[in-house]
Design a protein around this ligand. Structure first.
Ligand SMILES: [Zn+2]
Length: 314
């Protein structure tokens, strides 16, 4: 079954006018081949209960199944319509939304509800078993420092985090009608995190001359370091795509989120990668978040703060 994607805010409003409409959409995403009871495995059509839109009743074993059990919306008291609008805003707005903006837009009483909702939505931004990049295109690899503006504590280096990145350098097809003949290459998919976890073996990997990358050849990569070292302008010319992505990352962290603690940084990196890789088709991102989010659990309040929550590969 095709999951319909709202193409505008107006269409979004028409598609999701009620809790029931949201629940039906979640059901279609969770059971694309039709409802299968997690209790008795029967595939009979489920019974809807009009007064309890989040629950469906199995016609076979008569057990109630919570639509959101085990998903990013597990045991939520927030209306599904608020979740949907939150997912829509965070997916389709170019800079995303901050927790303060989300709280205001959804009319939530507590900031914490908006903050946690965004973190749970971020769990829906990492596809499980995501593939590695580099099979089809050369990859630029580099590291950067982010953060370092903790309120009242100046710009201490100890507040900064090292972020490693890899990005595909794609060749624009020549002679395609309607495209401006500006740059021959453009940035493909981005990954933030360790090279081994994010780039396929055998990939052409471009780096600067830093000795830390000497191992890449032994690890099975076609390593192309820049021999001339030291001049940042030359490094940027050698790794142009990644430097633009890093620069956008820093602007986004400061601009939309003001500053981000080290503890929560991995979740924000996930969101940035998700946003960057869907920048040409943001309207599909809404259904992506809900689609992944219906199949993974989100962080609980406790796991967000005691560091137990694993943000997955970022
Ligand atoms: Zn059943």
């Amino acid at each position: 079954m095709d999951i319909r994607q709202p193409q505008s805010l107006l269409e979004f409003q028409q598609m999701f006018p009620s809790e029931l409409a949201c629940a039906a959409y979640l059901e279609a995403i969770r059971w694309p081949g039709g409802f299968a009871c997690p209790n008795c495995r029967a595939c009979d059509k489920a019974q809807r209960i009009v007064t309890r839109p989040r629950v469906i009743r199995c016609r076979h074993c008569h057990r109630d199944v919570a639509l959101t059990a085990g998903t990013i919306m597990h045991a939520t008291r927030t209306p599904l319509q608020a979740w949907f609008l939150g997912a829509y805003l965070v997916a389709t707005q170019t800079p995303g939304v901050s927790a303060v903006q989300l709280q205001r837009q959804l009319g939530l009483t507590r900031y914490e509800t908006a903050f946690q909702m965004l973190h749970k939505l971020r769990a829906g931004m990492v596809r499980p078993n995501r593939d590695r990049i580099g099979a089809d295109w050369p990859v630029e690899v580099d590291e950067t420092l982010v953060g370092g503006r903790t309120k009242g504590q100046g710009r201490g280096v100890h507040h900064q985090s090292t972020v490693a990145g890899a990005i595909e350098v794609r060749l624009r097809p020549l002679g395609v009608q309607g495209t401006k003949p500006h740059r021959a290459v453009y940035a493909g998919r981005l990954r933030l995190g360790l090279v081994l976890e994010n780039v396929v073996k055998g990939a052409v990997v471009r780096t600067d001359g830093w000795g830390g990358y000497d191992d890449l050849r032994h690890l099975g990569y076609a390593h192309k370091p820049m021999v001339l070292d030291g001049e940042s302008e030359k490094t940027e010319a050698h790794l142009p795509m990644l430097h633009i992505a890093f620069s956008n990352l820093k602007t986004w962290l400061l601009g939309t989120h003001h500053s981000v603690s080290k503890q929560h940084l991995p979740a924000y990196l996930n969101e940035f990668v998700f946003r960057f890789n869907r920048r040409f088709y943001p309207m599909t991102a809404f259904a992506s978040i809900l689609g992944i989010g219906m199949n993974v659990a989100g962080p609980t309040y406790r796991s967000l703060y005691d560091g137990e929550w694993d943000h997955c590969a970022h």
